[in-house]
Write a protein of this length. Structure first.
Length: 383
């Protein structure tokens, strides 16, 4: 056998080995499915962002224990957006361009979420909005944005007809100076006036504020008979304490679903919290309000098992339902799971979760059901 023939056979052998090795190598498409979660892990809103992440982790673990998505596990990559627009955008770009996630859950606040939206559209990666409620998030026409959180408009309309019954006729609006707070002013002004009431004053504060005496003094002297408050629970407890200091004895309704009344009772005491009303989407003591009582029980049990902050449990449900609705959409994808295929699947997905029966409309907004709760005799009750 000539040297030329032997050399040719050797090269053929090497080529066959290479082909075999390539065939045996794990395919990227068969690896873990990466989902990014953006939220404040540090800073003033850290407890909220951490709770969302913990809820997402409970969901991912549950799905993986059941075999994942067609045998593929879900991997979460948590990014600290600090509830800041620039930080959240940086986190989103890293998740999409370096980590190659197929979807993102985030980004807590409305301003941070709005900052990320153009980037997810240009990179064709779906964004599931778990918390932010400013109406313009789903009014912007971004096909890669899907929101499971209720809009401020949905919240306002849900309580519109009962506002006169509970004495909200001359209303003072008090809210955080963000897209969320300003959006709430617009939506609640509309429903109050439609019911024949009036807005006697609108006051704002920054997200890192600790002194609300000036705003509360203005409200006290305004002739208001009630307050609609838009803020995170960490700020609500400070405001309630300072209302007591000033003798501002007015009924308060909080919006946003972030103000777990059980947690507020725990932090400020039953006396100060007494009478507080809140628009809610979840309560551990009211499983009948959940679309899936089975998931409700599973989540509450896991949250307690992990000894996580009880008062932040409602935030955890948002992360849980966000990951679960993504997983439900993935189950309907027959080919490669990527941003574009997932975006198409989300358009038709239906999921019965903890915070409601979720199905997205043509704008990417889930229709949400809510209920009103009130602190009575030191306990949270349906109102």
């Amino acid at each position: 056998m000539s040297r030329k023939v032997i050399k040719g056979m050797l090269w053929l052998f090497i080529l066959l080995i290479a082909i075999a090795l390539i065939g045996c190598a794990p395919s990227k498409a068969k690896g873990k499915i990466k989902i990014g979660v953006i939220g404040p892990q540090t800073g003033a809103s850290a407890e909220t962002g951490q709770a969302v992440s913990k809820g997402a982790e409970i969901a991912a673990n549950m799905i993986n224990e059941k075999g994942g998505i067609n045998g593929r596990e879900i991997e979460l990559i948590i990014a600290d957006g600090k509830n800041d627009p620039a930080e959240s955008l940086n986190a989103a770009n890293k998740l999409m361009l370096q980590d190659e996630v197929v979807a993102i859950v985030g980004c807590c606040g409305s301003s941070a979420t709005l900052a990320v939206m153009p980037a997810v559209e240009s990179n064709k990666v779906p964004l599931v909005v778990e918390t932010a409620s400013a109406a313009k998030i789903t009014e912007a026409g971004n096909p890669f944005v899907f929101r499971i959180a209720a809009t401020t408009r949905q919240e306002a309309q849900a309580v519109e007809e009962i506002l006169p019954e509970i004495g909200f006729n001359k209303v003072a609006l008090l809210g955080v100076n963000t897209d969320w707070g300003r959006g709430a002013e617009e939506e609640f002004t509309e429903v109050v006036e439609r019911q024949g009431g009036e807005i006697v004053c609108s006051e704002y504060f920054e997200g890192n504020a600790i002194d609300f005496y000036s705003q509360l003094t203005t409200i006290k002297n305004s002739g208001a008979d009630s307050i609609i408050l838009t803020a995170d629970s960490s700020l609500i407890i400070l405001i309630l304490r300072q209302m007591k200091d000033l003798g501002v004895d007015l009924p308060v309704l909080t919006s946003g679903g972030s103000d777990f009344t059980d947690g507020i009772i725990e932090l400020v005491g039953a006396d100060i919290a007494e009478g507080l009303r809140s628009i809610a989407f979840f309560n551990p003591a009211i499983p009948e309000a959940a679309a899936s009582q089975e998931l409700h029980k599973y989540f509450v049990d896991k949250w307690q098992e992990k000894d996580l902050l009880w008062r932040k449990m409602p935030e955890g449900t948002k992360g849980f339902d966000a990951v679960c609705v993504l997983a439900e959409a993935m189950k309907g994808i027959s080919g490669d799971i990527n941003g574009e295929s997932l975006q198409k699947a989300l358009q038709g997905v239906e999921y019965a979760g903890i915070t409601g029966h979720l199905k997205f409309d043509e704008k990417g907004q889930a229709v949400r059901s809510s209920f009103l709760v009130r602190v009575k005799d030191g306990k949270t009750v349906l109102d």
